[in-house]
Write a protein that binds this ligand. Structure first.
Ligand code: F6R
Ligand code: MG
Ligand code: MG
Length: 383
């Protein structure tokens, strides 16, 4: 109906999916976003929907990160949408302060907001699309993890034929995908084409501390099919202020990886940077929303996966307007990865503060090494 009406009006409208997230403060240390803060986000976005700024939304948490999933027609980087998110986070942070929750306003790194939330602290993943006849979308959100946490699964999903059968047996996927890779140190980007430049791609993505995937397109027709939030909080604040706890949006099916090909890399755990004090390698645990909360050694790092269908600018919804969202890791099929994550966590924690349990010096959030070296500087002698 809307499509017919829009065609009649002679307008071509694209749908934008925005996921904007922020740690605004949490209940008992860095554990979860408590109900009063989720409620503020729910109310703010309901008002924005009423005012027709956004078409639909879903509020959830990835551990201590408040996540706003919105669909609208304003495009990527839109100042009205970013202002809505910024104001929502500000109000939630105020509430967190009033309740003396922990780390209130933690990720709101700058005061002077100028209309774009990028570079201000919160994480942003946005994708503007021409809706296909049916567009299945998966949103991933992680806690106690870093921007590079998506490198490994994105490589598996879009470049590894042993993971995604479609790369070999679907003519639309056969031509491969283009990856935009961000060098977070130099703030530069490069586009690499898989499979032709697979080795260069793995060479960069394997260094997940520095290089991260920001966008992926289908090679055949340049269809945008994945975006991630690639913010490095440390580069914004000039010092380490917490792990980025990234989000990603991936489109599925009909010439793109199937939902099952997107989820199968999570059959096993893998290591990501983050965990306790943002300074350790931790085994990623794929969890249902109900288990989206970090405990053991502030972890293990968790990831949730939410699936939905885009329908004429909206998240396809029930009669009462409630968005239909599938909690994809709420499934016994991921018990193995969860058990592996617990076992691996127990194993690597036996190493305490010895590498490789702990991150390299440059990647650590907390360090006392400069003070130790300063104290001992006169005692070092030529060996
Ligand atoms: C990691 C994280 C936590 C904290 C840790 C210490 O991203 O958020 O592991 O780093 O709980 O927190 P503070 O220094 O606030 O006591
Ligand atoms: Mg926190
Ligand atoms: Mg967090």
């Amino acid at each position: 109906m809307r499509v017919i009406q829009l065609q009649y009006e002679g307008r071509h409208v694209k749908t934008t999916i925005s996921v904007i997230k922020c740690d605004v403060g949490s209940l008992v240390g860095h554990h979860i976003v408590p109900e009063p803060l989720l409620e503020i986000a729910q109310n703010q976005l309901a008002k924005a929907k009423e005012a027709k700024l956004i078409n639909s939304f879903y509020v959830f948490n990835a551990g201590d990160d408040l996540e706003l999933l919105m669909t609208h027609e304003k495009g990527e980087g839109n100042s009205e949408i970013h202002t809505l998110a910024w104001n929502t986070f500000q109000e939630a942070a105020e509430k967190a302060k009033a309740l003396k929750l922990y780390g209130a306003g933690q990720d709101l790194l700058k005061n002077a907001f100028s209309g774009n939330i990028r570079g201000m602290g919160p994480g942003v993943a946005e994708m503007e699309i021409d809706e296909r006849r049916s567009d299945p979308i998966i949103v991933f959100a992680a806690d106690k993890a870093s921007a590079g946490s998506f490198n490994y699964p994105l490589y598996r999903i879009f470049a590894d034929p042993m993971n995604s059968a479609g790369l070999v047996i679907d003519t639309s996927m056969f031509h491969g995908f283009k990856f935009e890779v961000l060098d977070s140190k130099k703030n530069e980007r490069v586009i690499l084409k898989s499979p032709e430049e697979l080795h260069e791609l793995v060479g960069l993505l394997g260094s997940s501390t520095r290089y991260t995937v920001s966008r992926i397109w289908q090679a055949k027709d340049h269809l945008l099919c994945a975006v991630t939030s690639t913010t490095k909080l440390s580069l914004i604040a000039g010092k380490y202020v917490g792990k980025d706890d990234p989000v990603a949006i991936i489109r599925a099916q009909h010439g793109l990886p199937a939902v099952g090909e997107i989820l199968v890399p999570f059959l096993h755990t893998y290591f990501v940077e983050g965990w306790m004090r943002g300074s350790h390698w931790g085994p990623l645990m794929p969890v249902a929303l109900k288990d989206s909360k970090c405990t053991v050694f502030d972890g293990p790092p968790r990831m949730v996966a939410l699936g939905f269908q885009v329908c004429d600018g909206h998240i396809a919804n029930l009669k009462d307007g409630k968005p239909m969202v599938a909690d994809l890791f709420d499934d016994p099929a991921f018990e193995l990865a969860r058990r592996e994550a617990t076992e691996t966590a127990a194993m690597i924690r036996r190493m305490g503060e010895f590498q490789p349990a702990r991150l390299s010096q440059e990647a650590m959030e907390y360090t006392t090494l400069p003070q130790i070296l300063e104290k001992l500087k006169d005692r070092f002698k030529p060996s």
